[in-house]
Ligand binder design. Sequence first.
Ligand code: HEC
Ligand code: HEC
Length: 304
Amino acid sequence: MSNVGKEWLRRARSRRTIVALVAAAIAAGSAQPLAAGGGTSRGGAGEAAPAQRRQAPFDAQQRPPGDPQVVARGQALYGIHCRGCHGIDLRGGDLGGPNLLRSQIVLRDRAGERIWPVLRDGQSTPGGSSMPPQALSEADARAVAVYMHSVLARATPQGGPPRGPELDLNIVVGNAAAGREYFAANCASCHSATGDLAGIAARIPEPMTLQNTWVRGHRRGAARPPVAVTVTLASGARVAGTLVRLDDFIVALTTADGLRRSFSRRGGVPRVDIDDPLARHTELLGLYTDENIHDVTAYLVTLQ
Ligand code: HEC
Ligand code: HEC
């Protein structure tokens, strides 16, 4: 049978599961289950169940902290024997060793029993990389394992290294006078330091948040001002409202009386005119230099 045929058959076999899953989803989301009695929901809920199965935490995440002296010895040994290839933070190094924070061998290891054989015998992937046997005693190898687990216990998700101490970044590094000039030239047509933006730095005391807010044009999580849209149909009729969605194929809007309307688009028909109050903010994004952003933030911080 051709590959295409096999693929079709495979899909056809799995289709029953899909139908069942869809039916289960419909039944779960609807007051009157559409699938009831339809015969398609055979085993529905049962087949959807695996999604709820939880994976047990890795061994590396359950162990008690290692003895600090062993950790220190392991760290020194790691620095001598492993760091060149696996990196200072176990994320992989210049000499081609892989990231050990994601290694299944390390994650599943309890006390060196999986790591030790790899070090003793070396390891290689046919046609890929290889690690020569390491000249360590078993006791030393176990100390290195204890050290690696101490790093892993503090690792961040997706194989990231432990977080360092919290940095308190001062982002107010610009020139407030230059920022004031930039504001006068680029922002004052819509905003005023004594009007709508008076006291903005008191309202948004955290400079990073203030910067993100002025660059974006609205606070994170806050509703952005609505975008007005006018759709002109082929007949010449116009429908105006607040934009809900716009892509190459569809434009959807809510009219003033709360009706949701949508129109399919093909080429330039129907015509769509957009009036976005934040359009200038979006345009400016492509024009700011880092310096402009620092200067404007430094200026806005003075508007207490
Ligand atoms: C010369 C470079 C080099 C040195 C030195 C080295 N490694 Fe490796 N290591 C590698 C490479 C390359 C691999 C991947 C081998 C493969 O493709 O299977 C590897 C694989 C591993 C693995 C298995 C990872 C996995 O999930 O398959 C562990 C564990 C490991 N190294 C630990 C160590 C420790 C601990 C040391 C120090 C005692 C060390 N390595 C020293 C290059 C090195
Ligand atoms: C063409 C008009 C226009 C220009 C130019 C413009 N903005 Fe805005 N800006 C707006 C609109 C509209 C909003 C949204 C106001 C709202 O949500 O009520 C906004 C929002 C903001 C906000 C958020 C206000 C708040 O209280 O959450 C800040 C801060 C801001 N702009 C700063 C700037 C700065 C700085 C510049 C120049 C670099 C600039 N804007 C340029 C129109 C403009």
